[in-house]
Design a protein around this ligand. Structure first.
Ligand code: ATP
Length: 362
């Protein structure tokens, strides 16, 4: 068990800044996800926590003790990779037992610990099998077993499900999360898959170009993205963006877009210039009465809902509506938005404006 504190950590490779002044705390027992596109610095951050990479500057603390410069073996952190590197000439039992045998523990202790871990992972029936014939899922369970059996302070997992089929990934993600809930071990998990991050994480850090864009619970990040990047990266379909130009003042509760007034939560700051209103597809409603006029371009039936693509005077918008609601392609509708869920971004900085959302809750 461990609390991990990352303080102003920076990592450069020559002139290239891979991780730029990162600070965050992983609470003891948390399932903590580092999310972002390829090359954003997730793996480098993870490797610095594990001690496989030394920070250029900044500090890392494990349970209050500074470990920034200590060797990986002294940190007692287990690393699980995407490519489950098992020893092909050993059977499942020997693969899991390997870290304990290297520690010189007695045969009886090793056997008992391996049996216990295999039972937790549901692979006790294949302990004597060679690893060569195992399915991707079982290979990953064995790799996890080898990490768990050491009883480390924390787990670092780098895209551990990346090599599995999409269909199998989801059930393995559930299995991994439930394993975490039973064991309660601090886990830092790297993925570029936003659905996986939302499904598994207690907390998520969204990274882009080595910078932390946002840190929060999956719901905070989804509902109130701190930047255009996060709004676009999280959610499928992603948030709709309606650009507009103007000046908005602290205390405002509406904006004017395409000559239509759109209610917003109370603004807590002034802004002007190029602004962007953001609204998620499930917060766009098709009405026949009043609102922003739009043309229905296409509908995509998804069984439990449908995604309607619409065109307003200046933007393309997607709405998620009930599967049985009628939206005729080529027809004209009026759009209304669920005001408490609206975001506004400053286009130049990409930053979200601050709102008082308490007043409009619900
Ligand atoms: P991916 O999922 O593709 O691994 P990532 O978000 O984990 O992406 P990192 O592996 O942390 O990204 O890499 C961040 C950046 O740092 C990348 O541009 C990568 O090329 C660069 N980088 C990583 N390690 C080194 C290294 N040893 N030397 C030079 N550049 C490196």
């Amino acid at each position: 068990m461990a609390e991990i504190v990352v303080q102003n950590v920076r990592k450069t490779f020559g002139d290239f800044v891979a991780v730029s002044d990162s600070s965050f705390t992983v609470q003891d027992g948390e399932f903590f996800v580092l999310l972002g596109p390829s090359g954003c610095g997730k793996t480098t951050t993870l490797r610095m926590i594990a001690g496989l990479e030394v920070p250029t500057s900044g500090q890392i603390f494990l349970d209050g003790a500074e470990v920034s410069q200590t060797r990986p073996s002294e940190r007692d952190i287990a690393f699980v990779f995407q490519m489950f590197a098992l020893y092909p000439h050993m059977n499942v039992r020997k693969n899991i037992a390997y870290p304990l045998v290297s520690q010189g523990l007695s045969r009886a202790v090793v056997r008992a610990k391996v049996d216990e871990v295999a039972q937790i992972l549901g692979i006790d029936h294949i302990l004597d099998n060679p690893v060569s014939g195992l399915s991707g899922g079982d290979r990953q369970r064995v790799a996890l077993g080898r990490a768990i059996v050491r009883n480390p302070k924390a787990f670092m997992m780098d895209e551990p499900l990346g090599a599995l089929d999409a269909e199998f990934r989801e059930s393995m993600a559930e299995e991994l999360r439930s394993l975490h809930d039973r064991m309660g071990a601090t886990t830092v998990y790297v993925t570029h898959d936003q659905l996986e991050a939302m499904q598994m994480g207690d907390k998520i850090i969204v990274m882009n170009h080595g910078v932390i864009e946002q840190f929060g619970t999956p719901q905070e990040i989804y509902d109130y993205p701190a930047s255009l990047f996060v709004a676009d990266f999280i959610g499928s379909p992603s948030m709709n963006f309606l650009p507009f130009q103007g000046t908005v003042r602290k205390g405002a509760t509406q904006v004017l877009i395409d000559k239509h007034t759109i209610a917003i939560p109370e603004l807590l700051e002034d802004a002007d210039g190029e602004l962007i209103l953001g609204v998620r597809p499930e917060h766009v409603f098709l009405t026949k009465n009043s609102g922003l006029p739009a043309k229905v371009i296409a509908t995509e039936y998804l069984g439990t809902s449908q995604i309607v693509t619409l065109e307003t005077a200046k933007s393309e918008i997607k709405a998620r509506i009930d599967a049985d609601q009628c939206a005729d392609t080529g027809g004209t509708v009026q759009l209304e938005f669920h005001s408490p869920a609206i975001s506004i971004f400053n286009e130049a900085s990409g930053r979200a404006l601050q709102f008082d959302r308490g007043l409009m809750a619900g």
